[in-house]
Design a protein around this ligand. Structure first.
Ligand code: AHR
Length: 518
C-alpha cells in the first residue's frame, strides 16, 4: 500500500449489527411491458422453452442471478388490467388494447402461468392488484381466485382451470404509483389510502376495524410516492398512511437513476440521495405512528429500483399497438453496473428498515437479462453486482464505523436538487454470512486508487477466500449477444490480512467483493 494512496478505515464488531437481511431484498419485477413476458420469460415454440412455453435458458440465468421474489403484473400495466382476461383456456382469452404502453395484450400469460413459473424458478410471487381503473371489490375477487381453498365461485373457477390447490400468495401490492399523473386512475392521497384500506378488507382483512394487525399469512404493500421528487412526496405518504394505518405493513419506494458517462462521480454519488430518500420515508412513517400513539414500525418495500441508462443503444418508445414491441431495451455499461452495485449497497446498509426490494425489471426491459426472440439469452453488465449481492449478501449486516480519507465533491444530477454536496469516496458494507464467512462489498466511487483497511473485531481466524472486481478503464463497455461475456467480474490478487485487519487497494471506479472465510 503506497503512502500516496488515501487510506480509508472501517471497524466492524461481530456483536454490533444493523439487522438480519431479509432474503426478499433480492427481488425483481416482471411487468407486461415490451418483451419482458412475451419472448422474454415466455416464448412457446422457442427451442429452449418447455411445454408451457417457459424459456429454460432464461430461467437458468434467473436462478444464477439469485432472484427471490418477483412482482407482477405491473407497474403501470396493472392499473388498466382485468385479471379475468388472463385465466382459463388460452384460446378463449381476449386481446385488449393495453393503454399503459400502447401495445396489444394477448393475455396468453396470466396469473396462473405466473404462479407456475415462480414455483418452477423457486421464486416467491408478489402480486399487484389494480386500484387504478378497478377497485377493492375486484382486488378481493382476485384474492379469492388465488388464495381461497375452494367451495366459492371464484376459488372453484381456479380449480376448474386446473389449479386444485390455492396459490397461497402472501405478498400483495395495493396498486402502483397512484400519485403519478401518468397512472390510470391516479387520485388524491386520501382517496388512494381509502381504496387501499378497503382493498385489504375485501381481500383478507375484513375485521380490520377490530384488530390492529393483519393476519399472519398476508402482507400488504401500500404505494408511496413514485419517486422522492414527486410534488406531494412526504405529504403523500403521511396522508395515505392515515387512511390505511392498521391494514398495511410495507410502504413502497421507487427510484431510477441515470448515469451520464461523462460524469461518473456525480452518477455514483446519487446513492447518497437514495439513502436520504429511504431515511425520509422511514421518518415520515414514524411520524404517522407517533400521531397514532402506536408502536407500529412500517417497513419499506423498494419495489422498483434500477439504473435507467443514458448511454448506449436504446430502443425508443414507438407505440403501435403491436404485440410485445421492443421497449426500453437498455444496454447497460460498466458505469451502470457500478451505480447498480452502489444502489444495492444502499439497500443492504438499511436492512433494519428495508425488507423487500425489486430490481426493475428482470428480462429485456431495463433488465439484467436480455434475450433475442428465437435466439439466445445473455447477461448484461448490471447482472453481476446484483448476483454478488444476492449470493453473498445473506446473513447479518454489520454496523460499520468509517473514516474515509477521500471525499468526492459532486454536483447533483437531478436539476431539482440545487445543492452541491460531497460524499465518501468509498461505499462499504460488511455482511456476516450464515455459513460463518464474512463478505466485504466495496464500491470505489472515485477516479483514484483507494486503500481500505477493515478491522474485524470478534472474528477469529478469518483468511482471504477470494477477491473479485468488476471494473474497466473504459466505463462504456457493454455486453451484447455477440460478446456476452465482455464485462464480468475478474479474480484479483493483493489483498492481505495483518492480524485482524484486512488491507486492500481498490482500483478507481470499481465494484469489489472480498470473501473472508474461517
Ligand atoms: O418499470 C417501468 C415503469 O416505471 C413501471 O411500469 C412504473 O411503475 C414506473 O414508472
Amino acid at each position: 500500500m503506497s503512502s500516496a494512496v488515501p487510506t480509508n478505515h472501517l471497524i466492524c464488531n461481530r456483536e454490533f449489527v444493523v439487522g438480519a437481511v431479509d432474503p426478499r431484498l433480492f427481488g425483481s419485477f416482471v411487468e407486461h411491458i415490451g418483451r419482458a413476458v412475451y419472448t422474454g420469460i415466455f416464448e412457446p415454440g422457442h427451442p429452449r422453452a418447455d411445454a408451457r412455453g417457459f424459456r429454460q435458458d432464461v430461467l437458468a440465468l434467473i436462478r444464477e442471478l439469485g432472484v427471490t421474489v418477483v412482482r407482477y403484473p405491473g407497474g403501470n400495466f396493472v392499473s388498466g388490467y382485468k385479471w379475468e382476461d388472463g385465466v382459463g383456456p388460452a384460446e378463449k382469452r381476449p386481446r385488449r388494447r393495453e393503454l399503459a404502453w400502447m401495445a396489444t395484450e394477448t393475455n396468453q400469460f396470466g396469473t396462473n402461468e405466473f404462479v407456475e413459473w415462480c414455483r418452477l424458478a423457486g421464486i416467491e410471487p408478489m402480486m399487484a392488484v389494480n386500484l387504478g381503473t378497478r377497485g377493492p371489490v375486484e382486488a378481493g375477487e382476485l384474492y379469492e381466485y388465488c388464495n381461497h381453498p375452494g367451495g366459492t365461485a371464484l376459488s372453484d373457477l381456479r380449480v376448474a382451470h386446473g389449479y386444485e390447490r390455492p396459490h397461497g400468495i402472501r405478498l400483495w401490492c395495493l396498486g402502483n404509483e397512484m400519485d403519478a399523473p401518468w397512472q390510470m386512475g391516479t387520485c388524491e392521497p386520501e382517496e388512494y389510502g381509502r381504496r387501499a384500506r378497503e382493498a385489504a378488507k375485501q381481500m383478507r382483512f375484513p375485521d380490520a376495524n377490530r384488530s390492529s394487525s393483519p393476519p399472519p399469512d398476508v402482507e400488504f404493500v401500500v404505494c408511496g410516492s413514485s419517486s422522492g421528487e414527486m410534488p406531494l412526496f412526504g405529504h403523500w405518504e403521511r396522508r395515505v398512511l392515515e387512511q390505511c394505518f392498521h391494514q398495511v405493513q410495507h410502504v413502497s419506494l421507487h427510484t431510477y437513476y441515470g448515469a451520464p458517462i461523462e460524469r461518473p462521480v456525480d452518477a455514483l454519488a446519487q446513492t447518497d440521495a437514495m439513502a436520504r430518500f429511504i431515511d425520509d420515508v422511514a421518518a415520515t412513517c414514524d411520524a404517522v405512528s407517533a400521531s397514532f400513539k402506536s408502536p407500529k414500525r412500517f417497513t419499506l418495500c423498494f419495489d422498483e429500483w434500477n439504473v435507467w441508462t443514458m448511454d448506449g443503444d436504446r430502443a425508443e418508445w414507438k407505440p403501435a399497438w403491436s404485440i410485445a414491441p421492443p421497449l426500453q431495451e437498455q444496454v447497460h455499461n460498466v458505469l451502470d453496473a457500478l451505480l447498480l452495485g452502489g444502489m444495492g449497497l444502499t439497500l443492504l446498509a438499511r436492512v433494519d428498515r428495508v425488507k423487500i426490494a425489486c430490481l426493475a425489471q428482470l428480462v429485456n426491459v431495463i433488465a439484467p437479462i436480455r434475450t433475442r426472440a428465437g435466439g439466445p439469452a445473455w447477461r448484461q453488465t448490471i447482472f453481476w453486482p446484483f448476483h454478488d449481492l444476492s449470493r453473498y449478501g445473506r446473513g447479518r449486516v454489520l454496523r460499520s464505523a468509517v473514516r474515509c480519507a477521500a471525499r468526492i465533491p459532486h454536483v447533483p444530477i437531478s436539476a431539482k436538487s440545487l445543492e452541491k454536496a460531497e460524499g465518501n469516496a468509498l461505499q462499504v458494507v460488511v455482511v456476516a454470512n450464515d455459513d460463518g464467512a464474512v463478505t466485504v462489498f466495496a464500491l470505489n466511487r472515485s477516479d483514484a486508487l483507494q486503500a481500505l483497511v477493515v478491522e474485524l473485531q470478534g472474528f477469529e481466524g478469518l483468511g482471504l477466500g477470494w477477491w473479485r472486481i468488476l471494473s474497466s478503464p473504459d466505463l462504456r463497455l457493454v455486453n451484447t449477444e455477440a460478446a456476452p461475456d465482455r464485462v464480468r467480474p475478474q479474480e484479483a490478487t493483493g489483498a492481505r490480512f495483518e492480524g485482524a485487519k484486512l488491507k486492500v487497494d481498490l482500483p478507481p471506479f470499481s465494484w469489489n467483493v472480498l470473501r473472508l472465510a474461517p
